[in-house]
Ligand binder design. Structure first.
Ligand code: NAD
Length: 319
C-alpha cells in the first residue's frame, strides 16, 4: 500500500512503515494537485501535519483513499466527519506533542518577560547603551500567576512546567473536575499539585499576569479572547497563543498591545497561515514563531511511531 506523507514523517515512522511493507512517499505535492497525485500514483493513505488540508472535495475525488492520518492533535485541516461517513479512516496522535508545545510556551513566556524578540532584532543596528535602557524593565516568572485557558493535555503540560518554575496557575476549562498535575523535577524527584479548573474565564481574567491559551479551534470559529476579554485583563498582561489562529482576535490583540493593556504577546499560530498579516510580524511587542509547537525531534519521533503503529494495526503488515 502506498502512503503519501505530504507534510513529512520522522525517519523512525518511515522506517517502521517500510519494514512492514508499506511504500512511503515524502515528496511534497502542492495542495491543488493532491487529488490528482493520489489517483495517478495509487496512493491509499495521506498523512498530514497542519499544512496540507484534506477537505470534502479531495475525499470525493479520491475513491481509492482508505486512511487520512494527522500527525498531531488538531484536525481542523481535515473534514473528519465527512471522510468517516465515506468509509475513510481518520486517525491522529493527540498526546505525542503536548510536552513540546508546552516547552515552546515556556520559552515564549521567558522571552516575553525579557523582551528577547525585540532585543534580538535591534542589537545589530541599535545603539548598545540605548537598548540597555530600553530593555531595563524585564520581569521574573517565579511568583507570577499564569492563566491557562483550555486545561486538556497541553494546558496541563504547561501547568507542570509553570508550577515547576514557581508560578501560580489558574486553569480555565469547560470541565471543572480536579486534576492532579504531575511535575517531574529531575534527579528522579517529582511532585503533584491538584488544580481545580474554573469554568468562568471572565471572573478570573483580572488575576492573571500571563495567559496561555490551549483550546482547539472553536466549532463556530469564534475567538475565545476578543475586546471584551482584553478589557477585563490586568494592565500589562503577557499572552501566548500556541493553539490555533483565530482563538485570539488579531485586530483586538493589536489594539490591546497599542493601548498598553497587553505588554507583550507571542504567537505560534495565525489566522491566515501560511501568510500571516505583516502588522503582526513586525510589531515590536509581538514575538512570532512559524507554527513550530510540535516541531521537535522527540515529538516527531513519537508522532511517526504512533502513526506507524496505528496503520500497521489497522491494515496489517504488507510483507
Ligand atoms: P485537548 O482536547 O486535550 O484540550 C483542549 C481543552 O480545551 C479541553 O479540556 C476543552 O474542554 C477545553 N476547551 C475547549 N474550548 C474551550 C473554551 N471555549 N473555553 C475553555 N476551555 C475550552 O487538546 P490539546 O491536546 O491540549 O490541544 C489543544 C490545541 O492545541 C489543539 O486543538 C491544537 O489546535 C493546538 N495545538 C497546537 C500545536 C502547535 O504546533 N502550536 C501543536 C499541537 C496542538
Amino acid at each position: 500500500m502506498k502512503i503519501l506523507a505530504n507534510d513529512g514523517i520522522s525517519a523512525l515512522g518511515k522506517s517502521l512503515l517500510e519494514a512492514a511493507g508499506f511504500t512511503v512517499i515524502t515528496e511534497k505535492v502542492a495542495q491543488e494537485e493532491l487529488a490528482t497525485a493520489v489517483n495517478e500514483q495509487g496512493i491509499e493513505m495521506i498523512l498530514v501535519r497542519s499544512a496540507t488540508t484534506v477537505r470534502k472535495e479531495v475525499v470525493d475525488a479520491c475513491p481509492g483513499l482508505k486512511l487520512i492520518g494527522r500527525g498531531g492533535v488538531g484536525m481542523d485541516n481535515i473534514d473528519v466527519a465527512y471522510a468517516r461517513e465515506k468509509g475513510v479512516q481518520v486517525i491522529n496522535t493527540p498526546a505525542s506533542s503536548s510536552q513540546s508545545v508546552a516547552e515552546l510556551v515556556m520559552g515564549h513566556l521567558f522571552a516575553l518577560s525579557r523582551f528577547l524578540n525585540d532585543s534580538y532584532k535591534q542589537m545589530e543596528s541599535g545603539d548598545f547603551s540605548t537598548l540597555k535602557k530600553n530593555y531595563a524593565k524585564g520581569v521574573e516568572l517565579r511568583g507570577k500567576t499564569l492563566g491557562i485557558i483550555g486545561f486538556g493535555r497541553i494546558g496541563q503540560s504547561v501547568a507542570s512546567y509553570a508550577l515547576g518554575c514557581g508560578m501560580n496557575v489558574i486553569a480555565i476549562d469547560k470541565k471543572s473536575a480536579p486534576i492532579a498535575v504531575q511535575i517531574p523535577l529531575g534527579n528522579g524527584a517529582s511532585a503533584s499539585v491538584e488544580i481545580i479548573p474554573s469554568t468562568s474565564l471572565s471572573e478570573r481574567l483580572g488575576e492573571m499576569d500571563y495567559i496561555s491559551i490551549h483550546v482547539p479551534k472553536q466549532a463556530d470559529g469564534s475567538a475565545v479572547i476578543a475586546a471584551e476579554q482584553f478589557a477585563k485583563m490586568k494592565k500589562g498582561v503577557r499572552l501566548v497563543n500556541a493553539a490555533r489562529g483565530g482563538v485570539i482576535n488579531e485586530d483586538h490583540l493589536l489594539s490591546a498591545l497599542n493601548s498598553g493593556q497587553v505588554a507583550g504577546c507571542a504567537l505560534d499560530v495565525f489566522e491566515n497561515e501560511p501568510n500571516p498579516r505583516k502588522d503582526l510580524l513586525s510589531h515590536p511587542k509581538i514575538a512570532c514563531t512559524p507554527h513550530i509547537g510540535a516541531a521537535t525531534v522527540e515529538a516527531q519521533d513519537r508522532i511517526g511511531e504512533e502513526l506507524a503503529d496505528l496503520i500497521i494495526t489497522a491494515f496489517g503488515k504488507q510483507n
